[in-house]
Design a protein around this ligand. Structure first.
Ligand code: SF4
Length: 424
């Protein structure tokens, strides 16, 4: 998850009485590399290292009273088809191989049930926790989008980063206070104040800049340490960036469950198999209601915020699937992040963005697929496109590639203008 999202989700958990905190994310890589073979995906190395580093620090802090069984390491997972489904299993093997840490639990939420949160808390509170957790994801997306929207136009260098950092902590307190009662209006009132302060930072004399759309693997594109702060580097060469959101992924997992349920229902209807038919119908209704709730909540937040500032809205997942089908580019039957990245790029191109960047871990399967499908398409449309695969090494030519890409984006901007997101 994105950093702000992790903090707001942890705050939400605390509001529900779960003692949660966000682990440091930039110190565990050496440990992660020590306990992996090098064949794993980069996010697996980082997250494995983060757990080990955190536990080591806790052990040093608490000494003899350190009890690993009192901790649950929490990470969402997916059921593949890429290696994401194997992370927590691999991490379990690593933890079991280390003295004491076999007692550390991993609380993994799966896309299998649309990140249901069941089992984390008493049954009667699960629904409220789920609602506020989703809300925290959307609010965190807004804070990130606000950062990327105003930082390229700030009067004082550093003022946007300061505002967003402070606001994240303010929003944490608000989520602790109001989250457990689902008092979303109060949370939104505070969010509006943050947006108003953000608008004051903008220098109206700075003209609009080329607009760059970003897609890619969810961990890499949201973790600035892992992606070597690629958005800031793009901004240094004159970009304004819109990155794909986290809520889009959450909506996708719910949409995919609904889609599976509908397919299962149709197949069993043809064969008139009543028992599975009922099961699929129940799932379709549950996930349908869930998706409707998520998307309407997301719309509500964006509506309030966009009345103050024109942040980019999210694509609807159903629309993205339609885009894929129209051009026969890929299928939701295959799954993975490519289902969002490929049509997301097509939509950026249609909407008048001046360039697209695909950010991903080196050898990432869905992102490599995305690149193979989208690169020729972008060449045909004459829209600048850049792949930025990352691992733990620093590539000497990376900055030059970004600079060249931004040169092309500037030219595209001069020829075609850009999608209007002006805050002036
Ligand atoms: S999405 Fe990419 S990085 Fe993540 S597990 Fe799958 S292949 Fe690995």
């Amino acid at each position: 998850m994105n950093r702000i999202g992790s903090h707001l989700l942890a705050a939400t958990f605390r509001g529900f009485g779960i003692d949660a905190e966000v682990m440091e994310n930039d110190k565990g890589l050496d440990l992660g590399m020590e306990y992996t073979s090098g064949k794993e995906c980069y996010p697996c190395q980082i997250t494995t290292g983060n757990i080990l580093y955190y536990m080591k620090k806790e052990q040093e802090r608490l000494g003899a009273s350190f009890k690993p069984e009192k901790y649950i390491y929490f990470m969402p997972e997916a059921d593949g088809p890429c290696r994401f489904g194997m992370y927590n299993k691999y991490q379990r093997i690593v933890l079991d191989s280390i003295d004491n840490l076999d007692r550390l639990k991993i609380g993994s939420l799966s896309t299998d049930d649309g990140y249901s949160l069941n089992g984390l808390i008493e049954d009667e509170k699960v629904r409220d926790l789920r609602k506020t957790s989703y809300f925290s994801v959307v609010v965190a997306d807004i804070l990130d989008r606000l950062l990327w929207r105003i930082r390229p136009y700030e009067k004082e260098p550093g003022s946007t980063d300061d505002l967003i950092e402070n606001s994240m902590h303010v929003m944490e307190d608000v989520f602790v206070k109001y989250g457990s009662q689902n008092e979303f209006e109060k949370i939104l009132d505070t969010l509006e104040e943050v947006v108003r302060k953000g608008k004051e930072i903008v220098d109206p004399d700075i003209p609009p800049k080329p607009l760059i759309g970003m897609v890619g693997e969810i961990y890499l594109r949201t973790q600035v340490n892992a992606n070597q702060d690629v958005i800031r580097v793009l901004e240094r060469y004159g970009a304004e960036v819109v990155n794909a959101s986290i809520a889009e992924w959450v909506n996708y997992t719910t949409y995919d469950e609904l889609r599976d349920a509908k397919i299962g229902f149709r197949m069993n209807l043809k064969q008139f198999r009543l028992k599975p038919l009922r099961e699929y119908l129940k799932n379709a209704l549950n996930f349908g209601v869930e998706l409707f709730y998520q998307q309407s909540k997301q719309k509500q937040v964006y509506k309030r915020v966009r009345a103050l500032i024109d942040l980019a809205e999210d694509h609807q997942v159903a629309h993205l699937e339609k885009t894929l089908k129209e051009q026969d580019l890929f299928s939701f039957d295959v799954g993975t992040e490519a289902c969002l990245s490929i049509p997301g790029i097509v939509e950026y191109a249609r909407e008048g963005y001046n360039g697209v960047v695909n950010v991903y871990p080196f050898t990432c399967m869905p992102s490599t697929l995305t690149s193979a499908i989208v690169k020729p398409l972008m060449n045909k449309l004459r829209i600048p496109y850049l792949d930025t695969p990352y691992d733990s090494s620093f590539q000497p030519g990376r900055e030059a590639a970004i600079r060249t890409f931004m040169y092309q984006a500037h030219q595209h901007f001069e020829r075609n203008g850009r999608k209007d997101l002006s805050v002036h």
